[in-house]
Design a protein around this ligand. Structure first.
Ligand code: CO
Length: 296
């Protein structure tokens, strides 16, 4: 009987010994935070400088924090990789690498202007990285520049402030990208809030609504003689240099000239415009704070 009891004690100890390696699989990694900034990207150095400026702003706000970048545009990533000028990572690759490097919590901040297709894809990517075995314990996602109704009010104010004073018959036209995605609704919403502050401030998009065709008759009605052209995008890259300020006859500048309206392009991205960059920084602050929201 005593032998049998000893046998069971041995069996119990053996089970414990076999269970031990399983315990070693527990997640003992120390908490390690990082920020991942995600932009559409830019193939032009003139565009990339806006992202560099924002990078410096974030580093000043979060000294000592690991800060990395990912670009959502595969076309632009491939272009730079082929030219060997840089090797930008996709959001998926950057998140995988952060986990691999031992980071446990990541605040992802979108540098998109509106929650359109690029941001929707980023949301999907982030969702797929949540709860991945041995992956990141927590990922928060900061919203694009204009997402909530308050965002749009703040953006309208910051955009006008950053343009300072204008001549009496000088309009300001903010050129957005535009998209068939429902997020395009942020552009007419911004137009509404701009008009509450300044009747000669307009939004015109390249691929969405409102278009420049929508704005031209309004410029005539407002007796506008000149206009400032400002990219409503994080960077002043290809769209700003060509679709907005370019010499081709279908550029915004050429089409305004054809109507007798002289234009002055402002080749500065919103990510390098301090009053607007501050709004993105506030979204990031919320994403970093949310890393602490729930027990890990
Ligand atoms: Co485009």
């Amino acid at each position: 009987m005593q032998r049998l009891a000893r046998f069971f004690v041995l069996l119990f100890l053996l089970q414990l010994a076999l269970a031990a390696p399983a315990l070693a699989h527990g997640d003992a990694r120390p908490e390690k935070q990082a920020i991942l900034l995600v932009a559409f990207g830019s193939s032009m150095p003139e565009g990339q400088k806006a992202l560099k400026a924002f990078d410096a702003t974030v580093r000043r706000a979060y000294p000592g924090m690991e800060i990395r970048w990912a670009w959502t545009s595969r076309i632009i990533r491939d272009k730079l990789t082929a030219a060997k000028t840089a090797h930008p990572e996709s959001p998926a690759l950057a998140l995988a690498r952060l986990a691999e490097d031992g980071y446990t919590q990541v605040a992802v901040q979108s540098l998109h202007s509106i929650p359109g297709e690029e941001f929707s894809d980023l949301e999907d990517t982030v969702a797929r990285f949540r709860g991945m075995p041995k992956g990141l314990r927590k990922i928060t996602l900061g919203q694009p520049l204009m997402t909530s109704p308050e965002d749009i009010q703040h953006a309208a104010k910051a955009l006008l402030e950053s343009q300072g004073k204008r001549k009496p018959d000088e309009a300001v036209i903010f050129m957005g990208h535009g998209t068939p995605h429902s997020g395009n609704a942020m552009y007419p919403a911004l137009q509404y809030h701009l008009w509450l502050l300044d009747p000669d401030a307009f939004v015109a998009t390249v691929e969405g609504v409102p278009s420049l065709d929508d704005v031209l008759p309004l410029l005539a009605r407002h007796k506008i003689r000149s206009a400032r052209l400002v990219p409503l995008m994080a960077v002043a890259g290809d769209h700003a240099h060509n679709d907005m300020a370019g010499k081709e006859e279908d550029s915004f500048a050429s089409r305004l000239k054809a109507q007798g309206i002289a234009s002055t392009p402002v080749l500065q991205g919103l990510a390098e415009t301090p009053a607007v960059a501050a709004l993105w920084l506030e979204h990031l602050r919320r994403a970093v704070a949310a890393l602490q929201d729930e027990p890990k």
